[in-house]
Ligand binder design. Structure first.
Ligand code: NAP
Ligand code: F7E
Length: 331
């Protein structure tokens, strides 16, 4: 039995599918009646059980963990959009940082034998001190989001060392899919390309095209989360493809796949440039590959193409007024 916070998010929806396939009874935390991400789990209705709780409210989390008494908890809930963390650093600190403390406390109080996964992030490396980044690379976060994730990361380590809990952090590099939120750059591009291809828009407005990321495919990454909780010993792992590409390369490839020239459609808006940028991320996941037997199955080119194809199909469905399972109803 497993409890997943953030089940309405990109990763939560894929993790729920993976756990159901493995025969788990799956409980998911939803934060309120707000159904922003419900489209991602609509197809799982009747197969997963939802509990209302909020990462800002300890009592609600204790109640949720106590109600289902899972053997595994996956803490995926967070305010996860980096630019929003400058707009409201207190909210991000409260949910993305202190929310981890509340989840760990809820687990410790109900049953410290429950295995706990924390969704740590490559954003913790920020202004990187070495290339590629591995489990020993020092953290230097560059946003309130990254700072909050460092707090959650070390608190998870601390609960493991203080209470002997099986609490682990996956330091996951960017991972994407057709279920990515539209605000993140890969999905903004694939969705923008699809709308341009269908004649609904002509321009796509982006920020820093020079930033480089190690982009993988989200279903591969939720498998790594599960593998981390099946080990003999609680350990933290970097999960990454080991390939790095610029936002410009992603853009170029996405437009090219749709038979378009990106230079005809992309405009730059300096307002989208971040106050402090993470310029280059590329992960070394050799520890996970050796100890967990994990490896990515989708490369950069395949990722771009599958996202563009999915959005072109989804926009076509919307134009034909057929229901789509790949985007929020409003887009
Ligand atoms: P996502 O799509 O933004 O999903 C975030 C989830 O958190 C949503 O289900 C959201 O539900 C929930 N949530 C937000 N505030 C909450 C609160 N106060 N209480 C309870 N739930 C709350 O994120 P994702 O891409 O799936 O990522 C999953 C986790 O991995 C996040 O912690 C993220 O920071 C981390 N991470 C992501 C990546 C990546 O590349 N995707 C890489 C490294 C780490 P509502 O919208 O209904 O509130
Ligand atoms: O930005 C640049 C932007 O918002 C990637 C989250 O899941 O992964 C994600 O964080 C890059 C940045 O993701 C636009 O400046 C250019 O350098 O897609 P993103 P992120 O900030 O890397 C990490 C691992 C997480 O943990 C986070 O939760 O793209 N960029 N133009 C743009 N970014 C956006 N969003 N929009 C643009 O128009």
């Amino acid at each position: 039995m497993a409890l997943v916070t953030g089940i309405t998010g990109q990763d939560g929806s894929f993790l729920a599918e993976l756990l159901l396939d493995k025969g788990y009874r799956v409980f998911g935390v939803v934060s309120s009646d707000d159904d922003a991400g419900s489209w991602r789990i609509a197809h799982l209705e009747g197969r997963i059980e939802l509990l209302t709780a909020d990462l800002a409210d300890l009592d609600s989390l204790v109640e949720a963990v106590g109600e289902c008494r899972p053997s595994e908890v996956y803490n995926l809930a967070a305010q996860s959009f980096v630019p929003a963390s400058w707009i409201d650093p207190l909210h991000t600190g409260n949910v993305t940082g202190l929310g981890v403390a509340r989840m760990l406390e809820a687990v410790r109080r109900i049953d410290p034998m429950i295995r706990f996964y924390q969704a740590s992030s490559s954003e913790m490396f920020g202004k990187v001190s070495e290339v590629p980044q591995n489990e020993s690379t020092p953290f230097y976060p560059r946003s309130p989001y990254g700072v909050a994730k460092v707090y959650g990361h070390y608190l998870t380590v601390n609960y493991r060392e203080s209470y002997g809990m099986f609490a682990v952090s996956g330091i996951l590099f960017n991972h994407e899919s057709h279920r990515r939120g539209l605000e993140f750059v890969t999905r903004k591009i694939s969705h923008g390309v699809a709308r341009i291809k269908h004649g609904l828009e002509d321009k796509l407005v982006l920020g820093n095209l020079d930033a480089r990321r190690d982009w993988g495919y989200a279903p591969d990454y939720v498998e790594a989360m599960w593998l981390m909780l099946q080990g003999d010993k609680p350990r933290d792992y970097v999960i990454a493809t080991g390939e790095t590409h610029s936002v410009r390369e992603f853009t170029e490839r996405a437009f090219e796949h749709a038979g378009l020239d990106w230079k005809d459609h992309v405009e730059i808006d300096k307002a989208l440039i971040r106050p402090a940028e993470v310029d280059l991320l590329v992960g070394d996941s050799s520890k996970a590959r050796a100890e967990l037997g994990w490896q990515p199955t989708v490369n950069f080119r395949e990722l771009v193409e599958l996202m563009v194809d999915a959005d072109i199909d989804a926009v076509a469905e919307e134009l034909g007024n057929r229901p789509s399972t790949q985007t929020p109803a409003s887009t």
